[in-house]
Design a protein around this ligand. Structure first.
Ligand SMILES: CSC[C@H]1O[C@H](OP(=O)(O)O)[C@H](O)[C@@H]1O
Ligand SMILES: Nc1ncnc2[nH]cnc12
Length: 407
């Protein structure tokens, strides 16, 4: 039985520690030699000591390999039992230097307003440099945020070439916990008019394998859960804050939620047939940028939500000409102005909630840490065949699973 989300106190803390101990134990697994059916060679695989075989080298049937997520601590053992207060379980965040939130600006959104400039950083990650130097700014409340222009400041990077791994890794290296990403999107629905804002909840992947969609490209294998590609608590919280911001702005901009976004490869726009097909598939919006960004944020255990701003009706409307970049640009400027207003309001709201959280409120803390720990059920068990250099690279984004244990 999973304990209640608000389980607290010292007993709960002990249970949590126990769950993490189990993860560490699995990192120090015993080595077994395993005959893989259908293969002539004997594979060496790390497995847990289990009742199915003695500790030490042995021949064990593949069915007995403890490579299910259970070997990382059964799901039932994992209890959301963060001890209070804030500082104890969230040690690296709550000081004024901490950059909690990363904002990724899309087409038309190359800077934010109302912020006090602190510094620009350009971290070199194991996956190279981010799309643009990252601007760290201070909100009026003092909270710091990091801003990154997805296509570079002069919009010089096409969607297929965005260095998403470097972008996500760089933001994580600054201490960011959640990413709020902006994107200019086409609308596949009459009711989502150009100018409207959307918080999508699902993605259909129509990228073509050109972009590397994972940090795990070598001998360390991982299968992250992606059923809900956007962080649910973050998106739900954003909905209220964006609605307030749009009302305050007074331009009657609509906000749609729960929509499905198609991510296509581009850079050309869709054909009419494709545009119609995406509608039949259940697509409501279309862009070229949400993937692999959202997948990589999940792998890095960062919260991620997309604020999509509709610029055009793509190419599904029979009586109209298909979308052109000029159509997009027409709406882009107004959308970007509203996006800056929304960003300023949302970020201030967020900073306020963080400081409430420090004083005992809980909501924002669970939003900021929504994805933390999620990868523990996604990583395949450690094997001596994993490349130590690769594990070291992975420590850059997932230090709690890969730091300090390189042989
Ligand atoms: C400029 S039209 C197509 C381009 O715009 C969107 O960019 P972003 O998501 O970064 O705002 C779309 O995804 C395409 O990359
Ligand atoms: N129609 C469209 N297709 C793909 N990406 C877009 N970004 C803005 N409009 C778009």
């Amino acid at each position: 039985m999973k304990a209640p989300a608000n389980g607290r106190g010292s007993r709960a803390s002990r249970r949590k520690k126990h769950a993490w101990d189990r993860v560490e134990e699995t990192q120090k697994q015993f080595l077994f030699q395993v005959e893989v059916p259908g293969e002539s060679t004997v594979a060496e695989v790390d497995v847990q000591t289990s009742s199915s075989g003695p500790a030490g080298p042995a021949q064990v049937p593949v069915a007995d390999l403890a490579i299910s997520p259970n070997c990382l601590g059964a799901a039932d053992d994992v209890v959301d039992d963060r001890p209070e207060p804030y500082m104890k379980w969230y040690p690296d965040a709550p000081n004024s230097d901490q950059v909690l939130v990363g904002v990724i600006g899309g087409s038309g959104l190359y800077h934010l307003d109302n912020l006090e400039f602190v510094k620009t950083v350009n971290p070199e990650t194991p996956w190279g440099f981010p799309s643009s130097p990252i601007t760290i700014s201070r909100l009026p409340s003092g909270t710091r945020i990091a801003f990154l222009a997805r296509h570079g400041v002069g919009h010089t990077i096409n969607p297929s070439a965005v260095p998403s791994r470097a972008n996500i890794a760089a933001l994580k290296s600054l201490g960011v916990k959640v990413i709020i990403a902006f994107s200019a999107v086409g609308s596949l629905r009459e009711e989502i008019a150009p100018g409207a804002f959307c918080l999508p909840s699902q993605i259909i992947d129509r990228t073509k394998g050109v972009r590397v969609p994972t940090f795990f490209t070598g001998s360390v294998v991982s299968h992250a859960s992606f059923a809900d590609p956007f962080s649910k608590k973050l998106s739900a919280w954003l909905e209220g804050s964006i609605r307030r911001a749009l009302e305050k702005e007074g331009r009657a901009v609509a906000l749609h939620t729960g929509k499905t976004i198609v991510c296509m490869e581009g850079p050309q726009f869709s054909t009419r047939a494709e545009s119609i097909m995406y509608r039949q598939w259940g697509g409501d919006l279309i862009n070229m940028s949400v993937l692999p960004e959202a997948k990589l944020a999940r792998e890095a255990e960062l919260g991620y939500a997309l604020i999509a701003t509709a610029t055009d009706y793509d190419s599904w409307r029979p009586a109209e000409a298909g979308v052109t970049a000029a159509d997009v640009f027409k709406t882009l400027r107004a959308n970007a102005e509203t996006s800056r207003f929304v960003a300023a309001t949302v970020l201030e709201d967020l900073a306020q909630s963080v400081s409430n959280a420090k004083e005992g409120g809980e909501d924002m803390l669970s939003i900021l840490t929504e994805e933390e720990g999620s990868m523990q059920f996604s990583l395949m068990p450690r094997s001596h065949k994993q490349d130590p250099a690769e594990r070291k690279q992975l420590a850059y984004v997932l230090s709690k699973y890969f730091s300090g244990d390189e042989a």
